[in-house]
Design a protein around this ligand. Structure first.
Ligand SMILES: Nc1ncnc2c1ncn2[C@@H]1O[C@H](COP(=O)(O)OP(=O)(O)OP(=O)(O)O)[C@@H](O)[C@H]1O
Ligand SMILES: [Mg+2]
Length: 586
């Protein structure tokens, strides 16, 4: 009765479904050992007026029940139109619950708290769900029973507090919370139990470390996790919160990548982790943010965002803390150990439909602790300047420069179309000198927009000059040079040196043999690494090529700190001068 109605007979479980017989049996069991009138039966079995033959029909149900349940069912007609079902306490969970709660009260009054706690637990174990779940049984008896379950739970919480049994108490309180969303006493006890459980963990963990020099073991940490998880149950988390930065209003292009990513993020293929990779300023963050906003309704439990660049030193831990806060975890509850906070993060993602954007990830190690575990209906969208080759099973979408018309469109939208009228050819050249790179285009266009005296020709003359181009592409805190310097700073000294060396390279395409500074094999390896972090492109096997603005940056960097090269490589570079081809945008 305390859950879906089931009849157990001779070791067999008989499920009667939602038939009239089942409802009659439920009704009789609710008033077990007491007579029940035909009028009450008719009221419960038929909505509105019962059929004229209802007396005959009820008798037929009674006969069928006897047949189904066998002779053990002591169901009798105790007079004309009066029925009674006789059951012993051990035959009916409802009676057993009543007996056990009475026993628990007696134990408590006798001062035996341990026994009272255990007996309340046994009483609550009789419950498998709401009374007669699956049947439309409402009425005073059902209400009384639900109240009895609640008061047994509250009594258990009170005894549990005295005994310091917080964790089990929390689970019991949680079991009735859904039915009692506004019950103050229930919530007060839940809060007390949560606070008690966490205090217990903190005290024990301090003592373990002070007295034994060890940290809490897996069992204790799992218990702490259970408590933290209860504290931020899915109902409490700020559902549907959107932590994404603002979308840009003048977005251009990226149709193909958008279609591909939408499909990948909305289907269940792979492990739900997708990455956008490309050079500095190519538009990874912009596209990821735009996608996040567009797909908002598919991720009703929230769209989270964290910029890993701002978390550089202790990235995984602090990024995880930021994400946990976005999920509603109170700051001082966030574990300061990576494995614990990762476990909490994963457990909170289970059963939620969330999109997480991890922006500007430096390497795979930053991402691993943030990957969702099984059972999570969540998607991770990563942006990175690196290809993150060592991250398994990640769908990768490379992002290249804009097409000519898209680049012109972006420049014109930001700069304002009126001042560009009649200068189509020049604007295309400006777009090309910006290397069709969104960051460069936006900076050049905003500078032009903010300087009414500038002509298109003036901007063009700045960009045509190799030495003034990079400084021209800098405005306020936005700068192509600074964005590239950030990539450069992340390189090892050996890669930095090669990068500067390549800045002086006279050709467009770079062949390892032309450098051969550290031997072809090693040089190839280093060049490949620069491809991996999107500082070099690879137009063909064995050929490498700078984006025009990256080459400018490498040259400028080499000027401020020249790379010493061996004489053979210098000679190699001289002979290669003959193979310089036409400048091609990357
Ligand atoms: N498709 C686009 N439409 C309009 N503007 C764009 C587009 N893509 C990028 N931008 C603009 O270009 C600039 C650089 O973009 P974004 O910051 O997304 O690049 P990124 O690849 O994330 O760079 P980083 O590697 O430095 O993080 C931004 O100002 C952005 O508004
Ligand atoms: Mg970015």
């Amino acid at each position: 009765m305390l859950g879906p109605l089931v009849v157990e007979y001779d070791g067999q479980v008989l499920s009667l479904g939602d038939t009239r017989e089942a409802r009659l049996l439920g009704l009789l069991a609710l008033s077990a050992n007491r007579p029940l009138s035909l009028a009450s039966v008719a009221d419960a079995l038929w909505t509105g007026r019962p059929p004229a033959s209802h007396g005959e029909l009820v008798n037929r149900y009674v006969r069928r029940l006897r047949l189904l349940c066998g002779p053990e069912l002591r169901l009798s007609a105790v007079g004309r139109g009066v029925y009674q079902l006789d059951l012993a306490p051990e035959q009916l969970d409802l009676l057993q619950f009543g007996r056990l709660t009475a026993q628990a009260r007696a134990d408590y009054e006798a001062g035996d708290l341990e026994a009272a706690y255990d007996t309340y637990q046994q009483a609550l174990d009789c419950w498998r769900g709401p009374v007669l779940a699956g049947h439309e049984q409402t009425g005073p008896v059902v209400d009384v029973l639900s109240r009895q379950r609640l008061s047994a739970t509250l009594a258990l919480a009170d005894v549990g507090r005295l005994l310091g049994r917080h964790e089990q108490t929390i689970v019991r309180l949680e079991a009735v919370r859904e039915d009692e969303p506004l019950h103050e006493g229930l919530h007060a006890r839940l809060m007390t139990a949560l606070a008690g459980a966490l205090k217990l963990y903190e005290n024990l963990s301090t003592r373990l470390s002070a007295e034994l020099g060890i940290e809490p073991g897996p069992e204790l940490r799992a218990a702490q996790l259970t408590v933290l998880r209860q504290e931020v149950s899915p109902r409490d988390a700020p559902a549907g919160h959107n932590f994404l930065p603002r979308d840009v209003h003048d977005f251009v292009g990226r149709d193909m990548e958008t279609d591909q990513l939408v499909e990948r993020l909305l289907t269940t293929s792979g492990n739900g982790v997708h990455a956008l990779s490309g050079m500095a300023g190519i538009g990874k963050t912009t596209l990821a943010v735009r996608l996040g906003h567009r797909l908002g309704e598919w991720f009703p439990d929230g769209q989270l965002f964290v910029d890993l660049r701002t978390h550089s030193k202790h990235a995984p831990l602090t990024a995880q803390a930021a994400l946990l806060r976005q999920l509603g975890v109170n700051g001082h509850r966030i574990p300061d150990r990576l494995d614990e906070s990762a476990a909490l993060w994963r457990s909170l993602l289970v059963g939620r439909s969330i999109l997480v954007v991890l922006d500007d990830v430096a390497d795979a190690a930053q991402v691993r602790p943030l990957l969702p575990g099984g059972g999570a209906d969540c998607r991770l969208l990563i942006t990175s300047r690196s290809h993150l080759t060592s991250l398994d099973a990640v769908g990768m979408t490379p992002l290249g420069v804009l097409s000519g018309p898209e680049a012109v469109d972006l420049f014109a939208r930001v700069a304002g179309k009126r001042r560009l009228a009649g200068h189509a050819h020049e604007v295309h050249e400006i777009a090309a000198l910006c290397g069709f790179l969104p960051l460069a285009l936006r900076i050049a266009a905003s500078r032009f927009r903010d300087r009414p005296l500038w002509t298109v020709e003036h901007l063009l003359s700045l960009l045509r000059d190799d030495h003034r181009r990079l400084p021209a592409l800098s405005a306020g805190d936005r700068s192509v040079g600074n964005a590239l310097t950030l990539s450069y700073r992340r390189l090892s000294p050996e890669h930095k040196r090669l990068y500067r060396l390549l800045g002086d390279f006279p050709g467009v395409d770079i062949a390892p043999a032309a450098i051969a500074d550290a031997g072809i094999e090693r040089t190839t390896r280093l060049l490949e690494d620069l491809v991996d972090v999107n500082l070099l492109g690879q137009p063909a096997l064995g050929r490498y090529r700078f984006h025009d603005l990256v080459r400018d940056h490498a040259r400028e960097t080499a000027r401020s700190k020249p790379a010493r090269r061996s004489t053979t490589s210098a000679r190699g570079m001289k002979t290669k001068r003959a193979s310089i081809g036409p400048e091609v945008s990357w």
